[in-house]
Design a protein around this ligand. Structure first.
Ligand code: SAM
Ligand code: DTB
Ligand code: SF4
Length: 341
């Protein structure tokens, strides 16, 4: 098996190699993942992003995990698009709590003509606070992608969610290829791609391997790879799905780190169900970003207080603290230079 040193990035993974990584003794897998992590990043720095739902509920898609789909009977209260002032207030609060990226999510299949210009204004407003901006708005055409680029968008989040083979068990209203098309549009426009998936939806290990292959074999690795653990929401079809074993989750993070050694791997939804020890293992395995704050989009996040305590006990600093200390702006180059020091 060829492994990556981080000097050359691979885009030709096959299933047997990835399965072999998952089957390694845990210590060997963690050693390999952590070595690559250290070669590419400062292992004690964590990037933190805060999420805000800018338009909530009544979504026409039927994603089986989602509280916001109009196809499911959840308790969620829908909300129209927030005003720019509401967004700016939330972004300022996130910045004061230590986040350096603000991610805005909308319960849309794709942005509509009326609301899209307002989102462009929101992106500009977040940028003017000297924060990185990220949005997740569903599928995009190339014209919309161009406008997002012109507004100064830093990251577009669009998850593949699961393997192409398992995908039909989760979503029926849009295809796996629709997602790939949007990611290609985003990548071609030069916007950073944030794409990952959800574990614990009843998928098997071969699906986790296949999802990671889809991400790593893209012509360019996603800049950021969120790994979510399903937040089970009552009233969604996936409520009651078999939970993923914590060590299988850690293994998936480690394999993602090995396959995409220079991408930021984000420990995303589901952290409030994870012990500190499990999160610490994920950070050792190569996760170096989290969503931070009391709320994700529609569900509770890990509390900021609990997170600060966790980072302090692990001796980890946020990328914003690190930037302030170094007087530099680029998270990746700064982490990378710390790694090579
Ligand atoms: N509507 C847009 C879309 O789906 O592309 C953007 C918002 S959507 C909520 C963004 C991502 O959040 C989904 O692709 C999924 O990966 C993740 N997500 C949503 N609900 C989740 C849940 N209950 N547990 C874990 N991840 C979830
Ligand atoms: C991602 O991968 N996870 C975030 C973000 N991208 C948009 C969303 C998590 C949502 C968790 C369920 C909720 O709060 O609705
Ligand atoms: Fe809609 Fe996004 Fe939820 Fe799917 S994940 S139902 S597209 S809000």
């Amino acid at each position: 098996m060829t492994t990556q040193t981080g000097d050359e990035l691979r885009h030709d993974w096959d299933i047997s190699e990835v399965q072999a990584l998952f089957e390694l003794p845990l210590n060997d897998l963690l050693f390999q993942a952590h070595s690559l992590h250290r070669a590419n990043f400062d292992p004690n720095t964590i990037q933190i992003s805060t999420l805000l739902s800018i338009k909530t509920g009544r979504c026409s898609e039927d994603c089986g995990y989602c509280s916001q789909s109009a196809h499911h009977n959840t308790e969620l209260e829908s909300e129209a698009l927030l005003s720019i002032d509401e967004v700016v207030e939330a972004a300022q609060k996130a910045k004061s709590e230590g986040a350096d990226r603000f991610c805005m999510g909308a319960a849309w299949s794709r942005p509509n003509k009326r609301d899209f210009p307002k989102v462009l204004e929101m992106i500009k407003a977040v940028k003017s606070l000297d924060m990185e901006s990220c949005v997740t708005l569903g599928m995009l055409d190339s014209d919309q992608v161009q406008k997002l680029k012109e507004a100064g968008l830093d990251y577009y989040n669009h998850n593949l969610d699961t393997s192409p083979e398992f995908y039909g068990n989760v979503i029926s209203t849009r295809t796996f290829q629709d997602r790939i098309d949007t990611l290609n549009n985003v990548q071609e426009a030069g916007i950073n791609v944030c794409s990952g998936g959800i574990l614990g939806m009843g998928e098997e290990r071969k699906d986790r391997c296949s999802l990671l292959i889809q991400l790593a074999n893209m012509s360019k690795h996603p800049d950021s790879v969120p790994i979510n653990m399903l937040v089970q929401v009552e009233g969604t079809p996936l409520f009651g799905a078999d939970e993923i074993e914590p060590l299988e989750f850690v293994r998936t993070v480690a394999v993602a780190r090995i396959m995409m050694p220079r991408s930021v791997v984000r420990l995303s939804a589901g952290r409030e169900e994870m012990s500190d020890e499990m999160q610490a293992m994920c950070f050792f395995a190569g996760a170096n970003s989290v969503f931070y704050g009391e709320r994700l989009l529609t569900t509770e996040g890990a509390s900021a207080q609990a997170d600060q305590k966790l980072f302090a006990s692990l001796g980890m600093k946020t990328s914003l603290e690190k930037k302030k200390a170094c007087g530099t702006k680029s998270e990746h180059s700064e982490q990378a230079s710390a790694a090579s020091a």
